[in-house]
Write a protein that binds this ligand. Structure first.
Ligand code: PMV
Length: 332
């Protein structure tokens, strides 16, 4: 009983930062992301069988501690649903540009949820698959779907209404590109789960952010529906700035962006100023690397501008992705 699946990361334009329940990974706000294409992906093989113990390997190295625990959160749920008792072996590989420095937890746990579901022939629908991936990494619940994705925060205590839905498929806006600028490929100092809860506990600005988000989220949804590039870039930048302001307002302050990140912000702003409209927009997660969204028409000049920023180590370009795919599954 084995299956192999691949999934890709997603980059949020309305961010998830703050949980109302950290055990079930329930967010305080809804978020919106764009799933990346297969140029960055995680491939995961899940096998249930006569093994002595459950084991999980990432890029050939056995996982222990927190990594192992997060894998088992998904595995235990599918075993329960399938009334299966077999031990499992998980083998995961990241096909990312070397030293890309981008978190692979979203693609990793989405690929695991899809492969585990396929291995036990559960045939869960997208809502259930999204909830399954969510418990190991919040952002992974959005990578279960392709295109433009919204994770609805939900209100229920048990998290049943907290899952991702597709706003539009990848084909809706094929010319949209994410030009990722690698600034630093190192590990982040404070992990996202820990960092976001510090913000919730200590930032007064965060309360203002939460109050503003429903309106900003609705504007972003509208920009996506209308393929309104100028507004999409403007809202993405406004949102990234809002999250990073709350990070700076956290006690002690969380500083994920660095001087090179700030130079990228300036380069993007100067390009937009020259054009008299937004031809691109940046967003930063819990790290210094930039994701600059643009359209095919402006990709060359955006790449040119970013490559001139001192400290940018590497650029790579990603289109909008279709979401996970199952490569092998037990015959029906
Ligand atoms: O799900 P996590 O723990 O990888 O947290 C993701 C947090 C951000 O990347 C900063 C924002 C987001 O919505 O992806």
């Amino acid at each position: 009983m084995h299956a192999i699946a691949e999934a890709t990361p997603n980059i949020a334009v309305i961010k998830y930062w703050g949980m109302r329940d950290s055990a079930l990974v329930l967010p305080l706000n809804s978020s919106i992301s764009v799933t990346m294409d297969f140029s960055l992906r995680t491939r995961t093989r899940v096998e249930f069988g006569d093994f002595k113990k459950d084991s999980a390997f990432l890029n050939g190295k056995e996982l222990g501690g927190d990594g192992h625990t997060r894998v088992l959160k998904i595995i235990n749920q599918v075993r329960k649903l399938a009334c299966a008792g077999e031990k499992c072996r998980v083998q995961s590989e990241n096909f990312f540009p070397t030293k890309a420095g981008f978190a692979s937890s979203a693609s990793g746990f989405a690929a695991l949820a899809v492969a585990a579901d396929a291995a036990l022939a559960l045939h869960l629908g997208p809502d259930a698959l999204s909830r399954l991936a969510r418990v190991s990494s919040g952002s992974a619940c959005r990578s279960v779907l392709g295109g433009f994705v919204q994770w609805n925060a939900g209100e229920q205590k048990n998290g049943l209404d907290s899952y991702a839905v597709q706003l539009a498929p990848a084909s809706h806006w094929e010319g949209l590109l994410n030009i990722a600028a690698v600034v630093d490929a190192g590990e982040k100092a404070v992990g996202s789960a820990e960092g976001m809860q510090l913000t919730v506990q200590t930032s007064a600005l965060f309360k203002k952010r939460l109050a503003e988000l429903p309106e900003r989220t609705a504007r972003m949804e509208k920009a996506i529906k209308k393929r309104d590039a100028h507004s999409f870039f403007a809202i993405a930048m406004e949102e990234s700035a809002s999250m990073h302001a709350c990070m700076a307002d956290t006690k002690p302050p969380l500083r994920y962006m660095n001087n090179v990140s700030r130079e990228i912000v300036r380069a993007v702003e100067s390009l937009n100023k020259t054009h008299g409209e937004n031809v691109c927009g940046y967003t930063f997660d819990a790290g210094p690397n930039a994701h600059v969204y643009t359209t095919k028409a402006h990709a060359a000049e955006v790449k040119n501008a970013l490559s001139k920023v001192a400290g940018v180590q590497k650029l790579f370009t990603c289109g909008v992705g279709e979401g996970p795919r199952v490569l092998e599954a037990p015959a029906k």
